[in-house]
Ligand binder design. Structure first.
Ligand code: GLY
Length: 428
């Protein structure tokens, strides 16, 4: 450690809970503090993740090294602000985080640096977008240019669905300024995979493979969400494929960002599609942070000390580190949400049935929870709990997670979760 004692985690979701849990295992970290945390995190401060000046003041007064979870404070420039005060922080600058905060920037960047991604066009005019849709011979994916909490991507299964999505974005402007522009791109058919890396601006170290489930209902039905579950690893992703992904995606991304004058330091997330016919990965999106809920199973399986890698990245010394060690076991995360999520839902229901005894094979990371005046745990958001297990086989991990999920309740009519997390994974 370099003169700081505490780690400040910015954010309040399952990803931040999992990051903080893992970082707290570093022998030098005295306290992990969450801004603003949730009902499952013990040291919370009531400073919003978007109050970046307030966070800087707190970090300075409390001797903190700061790790940023969500994309919004990154896109607001939290890292630039902390850097200007000489405060240690791990995450990309505002300009580097454009890889996530502007899909237009990201797609042009990928094309410029020959990173495999599908063809696309950018529109701000409704009529021009419709005209384009009329003249293409494929079903498109429509995306809001800006941030939309994982809900700004519309995969069309017909032209009329595509027209509806364009209307929602460019006319109804359901994500406000984030839909000033839209991206219309060719859909890639295949299997999705999330790969993340810890980056120090020049070097990177890849994390293990992971898959998340974005649609709200079983068998990938319903609208996109922030994520309904995940598992790690994907045994079908061989070392050769990992090397290919490192060489064709992460290396040019890091070099390209340096070249653009925005070196990328932080967690870089590549949402990939392994194309069915060619077996080659295409980048669907870059995110400038850890995935949620990909982070939860990755933290369960990581055997190395995460914080040492974060510190090395912050000090631009990642290339001096050994590869990260991973458990050979499987981890599964099932997200329990409020009924109605990702649309309207109610909160304030008392959560019962959480196993309080320590079990090394099961962690319940919290997101939308809080303690009420009676010190009872109640629901407080859309995604509520990440029930995350580890097991010798996928089947063991799935059974372990669902065994706990079925014991937790805040009312049959008030909760929902997918029942098929990991079900189609090879080896299950
Ligand atoms: N799980 C998708 C994301 O974090 O963006």
């Amino acid at each position: 450690m370099h003169g700081f004692e505490n780690v400040l985690i910015v954010g309040s979701g399952g990803r931040e809970h999992a990051l903080g849990w893992k970082i707290s295992q570093n022998e030098h970290v005295q306290k992990v503090i969450y801004a603003n945390g949730n009902g499952g995190t013990s040291e919370n401060i009531s400073i919003s993740p978007n109050d970046i000046e307030g966070l800087a003041e707190y970090a300075k007064n409390n001797n903190c090294f700061t790790v940023v979870g969500p994309e919004v404070p990154l896109s607001m420039g939290i890292v630039d602000l902390f850097n200007s005060f000489g405060l240690p922080i791990f995450g990309p600058t505002k300009s580097a985080s454009r890889l996530e905060s502007s899909k237009e920037y990201s797609k042009h960047f990928m094309k410029k640096y020959s990173i495999p991604t599908s063809d696309f066009q950018v529109f701000s005019d409704y009529d021009k977008a419709l005209d384009f849709i009329e003249h293409i011979d494929y079903l498109p994916v429509i995306k809001a240019d800006g941030l939309a909490a994982g809900k700004g991507v519309f995969v069309s299964s017909s032209k009329s669905e595509a027209v509806d999505s364009i209307d929602l974005l460019l006319n109804k402007r359901i994500f406000g300024e984030s839909c000033n522009k839209i991206i219309i791109e060719k859909r890639v058919i295949g299997e999705e995979l999330s790969m993340m890396a810890i980056c120090d601006g020049n070097s990177f170290t890849l994390l293990d493979s992971c898959r998340d489930y974005k649609r709200v209902f079983d068998n990938d039905g319903g609208p996109n969400t922030g994520g309904m579950g995940s598992y790690s690893p994907l045994p079908e992703i061989t070392d050769i494929e990992r090397e290919y992904i490192a060489e064709k995606i992460f290396q040019p991304a890091l070099k390209g960002m340096s070249n653009e004058g925005s070196p990328f330091k932080g967690f870089l997330y590549a949402g990939l599609m392994i194309e069915k016919h060619t077996g080659k990965p295409f980048v669907l999106e870059f995110n400038s942070r850890m995935g949620d809920p990909e982070c939860q199973p990755l933290m369960m399986r990581m055997q190395s000390d995460l914080f040492k890698y974060i510190e090395a990245a912050e000090n631009q010394a990642l290339d001096s580190m050994k590869p990260i060690e991973w458990s050979k076991k499987f981890s599964v995360c099932v997200i329990m949400t409020s009924k109605g999520y990702p649309d309207k839902y109610e909160t304030g229901y008392t959560i019962k049935g959480i196993n309080k005894e320590y079990d090394p094979d099961l962690m319940i990371f919290h997101s939308g929870t809080k303690l009420n005046q009676n010190n009872e745990l109640v629901t407080a958001g859309g995604r509520v709990l990440s029930v995350t297990s580890i097991g010798n086989t996928m089947k063991d991990a799935i059974n372990k997670a669902y065994e706990q999920v079925y014991k937790i309740s805040w009312g049959e009519d008030q909760q929902q979760f997918r029942k098929d997390i990991g079900a189609k994974a090879p080896g299950n």
